[in-house]
Every structure is written in C-alpha cells, then in structure tokens.
Design a protein around this ligand. Structure first.
Ligand code: HEM
Ligand code: SF4
Ligand code: SF4
Length: 367
C-alpha cells in the first residue's frame, strides 16, 4: 500500500513531485542494495527506514553533498534497467526544494536556472551605484567613506540583507516543520556543526575525497576549495561585523589600520574567498554535468563567480585606497555585494542554510 504523504506547507509543482517520485524509486533500490553504506550520511539515513514519504526524500536530497561516489560505485547505472543516478536524482529534488521553500518561487526558478539573469542584476546594481555615488558624496569623511557615507551604506544595505534573511528564515521554518523536526539539543547542534565545518560528507567516508571532476578517481580538491570559499566568506562577514561594532559600540571610525581586527579578518578572508570560488568554478567546468542538476548549471556557475567577485573587488578596492579609481571600484564592489545579498533566497546561497538544516535534522534522527 503506498505511504500517505504528510501535507506540505506550500503546494508542490508537478515538476517537484515528479523529481521526488524518481528519487523515491532510486532510494528504494539503494535500500535493498546497501552497497554504498560508508560514503556519506545519506545511506545510513536510508537504511534507518523501510519506506519514504516526499518529505523524507527532500531531507535526503539536502543531506547529499553530490560527491558522486555512489554513482561511480554503482553496478545499476545506465544501461542497466534500474538506471540509477542517485547524485542527479537527489540534486534535482534539492534545487526544486529551494525553489519550493523560497518566496516568490518564480524568482527562485529564474535566478537558479539562468546565469544571465544574475549577470543582468549585477550590471543594474553597479549602474545604480555609479549613479548614486556622485549624488550622495558626503561633505567630509575618510577612506572610502569620503566617497559614500557610512550612514548611506547602512541605509542601503541593512534592508537588502535583512529582507532576504527573513525569506530564508520562513523557508527553513517550513522545511523544519515538513520534515517533522523537533526541539534541538546542544549535541545535535554540535554534531551538525562538526559535519559542516569539516565537510565530512565530501570526504568519501574514509577521507579519500570525492569523484566530482575526476570520474572514478577520488580527490579532496572540492573539499579544500570549498573550505577556502566558506571560511573566506565567514572571515569577510566577521570583518564587516567587527567594523560595525567598532563604529557603533566603541566609536572608532574607519579607515582602520592594517593591524586592526577588520583588516586582519578581511584581507585573508577576501583572498580565501576569491581563490576558493575561482577553484570551484574551474572544477565545475571539468565535472560531468549529467551527475548533478544540469538545468541550474548556469545559475550555479554565476553564483560561484559572483561570490568570488565580492572577494576580488573588495581586495581591489583596498589596494586602490587613495587613488582616483576608488569611486568606480566602490560602485563595482557595492553592486556585487548588493546582488549577492538580494539574490540569497533565489540562488545557490540557499544550499548553506538548507544543508545545515538537513544536518541538524539528521543528527536529531540519530540520537
Ligand atoms: C552549512 C554549511 C555549508 C555546507 C554543508 C556546504 C556544502 C556544500 C557542498 C556539499 C557543495 C558541493 C555540492 C554542490 O554544489 O551542491 C557546496 C558548493 C558550494 N558552496 Fe557550500 N556549503 C556550506 C556553506 C557555504 C558557504 C557559507 C559558502 C559561501 C558563501 C559556500 C559556497 C559554496 C560554493 C561557491 C559552492 C560551489 C557551487 C558549485 O560548484 O556550483 N558554501 N557547498
Ligand atoms: S547507488 Fe547503486 S550501488 Fe550504491 S547503494 Fe544505490 S543501488 Fe547500490
Ligand atoms: S552523491 Fe555522494 S553524498 Fe550524495 S548520496 Fe551519493 S555518495 Fe552520498
């Protein structure tokens, strides 16, 4: 008898239901086979259950790190009649789940699929700052605050950062409710944070790494480059937060010296973010598209390049301090950051939030 699905918070599109049904078929076969048990958290999660409703499949999809190890190990891939391609089946569900839990969903579908839409938004944001900067130039100020005041930046960026976070927060709340999540303990949070911080599920189980760009050969390139991008981003975020604290709490105004906290966090952060994203984009060019969500390849590539550009343009701005290039570089950097923020609920940025939620839910199911 087919299992009754738990009612979902939002209505599902036919495409989403179709992707889940295909993943459900493959997961049932994997549950009988169990050959890939040691690769990642997905297989132990599959083995804990005998049947899977839609929300179970969405949870498995967000737990999968697309290492592609199970595809290369599998004896049931095409031309076998089972036609197993679990990395692709789960990737299809995963990206559709981010569209499903975003608002408006139409935006998420467009920006996830079309890199050109991301590029046009970036261009418009840069033009906006090229127009605004000469008009909002303050009477006094130091560093790049002589070009655009601190208050103007806060007024522009606070809503552009907070509104997307509210949309993502609402989506995560629905995801959590749909997946049957309960209250969290410190042990759950610790386990999920450890897994995310080390990208354990890209390690291939024994530390040999993933098969992303090298077919059936394992390596850790993607894991290390992701660590560079992720920790670079977090350092840049910490740098901006520390500068805000220094400004408002300690009344210490920018520009800050090379040995100040914002610079000590921001410069290595910018370098790591740029190097990590360029490396991830390069690996993406070498990987087999048919083992992922090929429909969103353009949007994902655009996101990775946009993220790398926030690091690179920030560093360029720092290096140009005191030169006439500052107004133009500031417009390009602020346009890049604004685009990244505004598109957070409609881009690959969703993966950080939803993968974290999936790791938390998995930790909860285990303990
Ligand atoms: C909970 C924390 C995070 C986890 C578990 C995580 C996991 C992953 C995984 C498994 C991938 C490769 C598979 C895929 O493309 O879907 C990936 C890709 C990527 N992640 Fe993360 N991530 C996290 C947070 C972040 C953060 C904070 C950033 C930076 C803002 C980031 C930037 C990227 C980039 C640029 C890619 C490459 C996208 C591509 O190749 O299409 N991630 N992440
Ligand atoms: S991916 Fe293939 S080999 Fe691995 S568990 Fe599933 S069916 Fe078995
Ligand atoms: S692609 Fe990797 S992370 Fe995803 S299910 Fe297969 S082995 Fe696990």
């Amino acid at each position: 008898m087919p299992l009754k699905n738990r009612p979902m918070t939002n209505n599902m599109t036919d495409a989403f239901t179709g992707s889940i049904t295909e993943a459900q078929r493959q997961v049932q076969i994997c549950n009988a086979c169990r050959y890939c048990e040691g690769y990642c958290a997905v297989f132990p999660a599959i083995n804990r259950q005998r049947s899977f409703i839609q929300t179970d499949i969405i949870q498995l999809a967000n737990l999968c790190h697309n290492c592609q190890g199970c595809y290369h190990a599998c004896q049931y891939t095409d031309p076998h009649e089972f036609s197993i391609n679990l990395p692709k089946a789960l990737a299809d569900v995963r990206v559709k789940s981010w569209q499903h839990y975003s608002y408006p969903q139409w935006f998420a579908t467009r920006f996830q699929q079309h890199g050109v839409a991301v590029a046009v938004t970036l261009l418009l944001a840069v033009i906006l700052f090229l127009i605004l900067i000469p008009r909002l130039q303050p009477a006094s100020g130091e560093g790049f605050y002589a070009t655009l005041s601190h208050t103007a930046m806060v007024l522009l960026f606070a809503p552009a950062f907070i509104a997307p976070l509210i949309i993502i927060g609402a989506g995560i709340r629905h995801y959590w409710r749909d997946s049957g999540g309960a209250s969290l303990t410190l042990a759950h949070v610790g386990a999920a944070l450890r897994s995310a911080a080390t990208l354990k599920n890209l390690s291939g189980g024994q530390g040999q790494g993933c098969n992303f760009e090298d077919g059936d050969r394992f390596n850790n390139n993607r894991r290390w480059l992701h660590q560079a991008a992720m920790y670079g981003f977090l350092l840049c975020f910490a740098s901006t937060s520390s500068a805000t604290m220094m400004h408002y709490v300690f009344n210490l105004q920018a520009p800050y010296s090379l040995l100040s906290i914002p610079k000590l966090l921001g410069i290595p952060g910018g370098v790591l973010l740029t190097v990590g994203c360029v490396g991830l984009a390069w690996l993406k060019l070498r990987a087999d598209e048919s083992l992922g969500a090929s429909a969103v390849w353009g949007g994902e590539m655009a996101f990775t390049l946009l993220l790398g550009a926030t690091g690179a343009t920030g560093l360029a701005l720092y290096l140009a301090t005191g030169t006439p290039l500052v107004p133009t570089l500031l417009a390009i950097h602020l346009g890049t950051v604004l685009t990244l923020f505004v598109l957070m609920p409609y881009s690959k940025m969703m993966h950080g939030f939803f993968r974290m939620a999936a790791l938390l839910r998995d930790a909860q199911k285990q303990h």
